[in-house]
Design a protein around this ligand. Structure first.
Ligand SMILES: Nc1nc2c(ncn2[C@@H]2O[C@H](COP(=O)(O)OP(=O)(O)OP(=O)(O)O)[C@@H](O)[C@H]2O)c(=O)[nH]1
Ligand SMILES: [Mg+2]
Ligand SMILES: [Zn+2]
Length: 243
């Protein structure tokens, strides 16, 4: 985690490194406990939850606008939006008739589990549906903060540069799916898909990869198939646990 200031707003620059590490441990420990509560609640509510992470502008909201407008006919969907400022992203989701709660983190550079717990209470019931959480655009500390999601999806833009998985390995290691967006731009910028996948699998051999364009809709059928697979996979352990 590298936030400059910790999530409680404490400047850690002048502290001893031992004290700073202890504070970071306490914060992550508290976050993990709340995330576990969130996860239990999402299981009870039969809700599939995805945490979308990326660099700023990789296309998280554009992807969500297209995905939720196409998914909302078949199941309940809701969105929690995280940004430092503005309600732009939640407004874009609400404009297509899907409930969305905006969290403004102010100086904070990631969502934490307590913010998600509070926002979830403000959403209508989504039982049996899907909750998408759009994290703050940042490839660093959102990797360290579990929100209670079933999986993290890292949205990688073809314009990000092929070496990002090597530069920000924690995020790619923590994610189940790398969604390579803006594939429509690939020919223009001479994007090297094979190299990007090779770098991502170097830090996470199990990461799944899909290519999409939120602009044209290319690749979305495969994304929905991936989501259906997660739903099917998740129901099994849930039923086993309840038995
Ligand atoms: N060509 C192209 N442009 C895209 C695509 N997806 C998103 N964009 C553009 O990329 C820009 C950023 O998109 P957003 O959806 O706002 O990205 P974001 O990740 O939500 O951004 P933050 O929330 O600010 O981190 C916008 O100008 C989009 O129109 C795509 O697949 N192809
Ligand atoms: Mg956004
Ligand atoms: Zn942060």
């Amino acid at each position: 985690m590298d936030c400059g200031a910790d999530p409680a707003g404490l400047k850690i620059g002048s502290m001893s490194s031992e004290r700073a590490i202890q504070i970071e441990r306490d914060i992550l420990g508290k976050n993990n406990r709340i995330a576990a509560d969130n996860r239990a609640r999402f299981l009870t509510d039969d809700l599939l939850v995805f945490n979308l992470v990326s660099s700023p502008g990789a296309g998280k909201t554009s992807l969500l606008v297209r995905a939720v407008s196409e998914l909302k006919g078949s199941r309940p969907v809701g969105v929690i939006e995280g940004d430092q400022q503005t309600s732009n992203d939640a407004d874009r989701i609400r404009a297509i008739g899907v409930p969305a709660i905006q969290i403004n983190t102010g100086k904070g550079c990631h969502l934490d589990a307590a913010m998600v717990r509070e926002a979830y209470h403000r959403l209508p019931p989504l039982k049996g549906g899907i909750l998408f959480i759009e994290n703050v655009g940042n490839l660093v500390c959102p990797a360290a903060f579990d929100l209670g999601e079933a999986s993290k999806i890292v949205v990688f833009s073809t314009t990000d540069g092929e070496d990002k998985p090597l530069k920000y390995p924690d995020m790619f290691a923590a994610s189940s799916l790398m969604l390579i967006n803006k594939i429509d731009l690939a020919p223009v910028i001479d994007f090297d898909l094979a190299q990007t996948i090779e770098y991502a699998r170097r830090v996470n051999p199990n990461i799944e990869v899909l290519t999409v364009s939120a602009r044209t809709g290319e690749g979305f059928a495969a994304l929905y198939a991936w989501i259906r697979k997660q739903a099917a996979y998740r129901r099994r352990p849930v039923q086993d646990t309840l038995r």
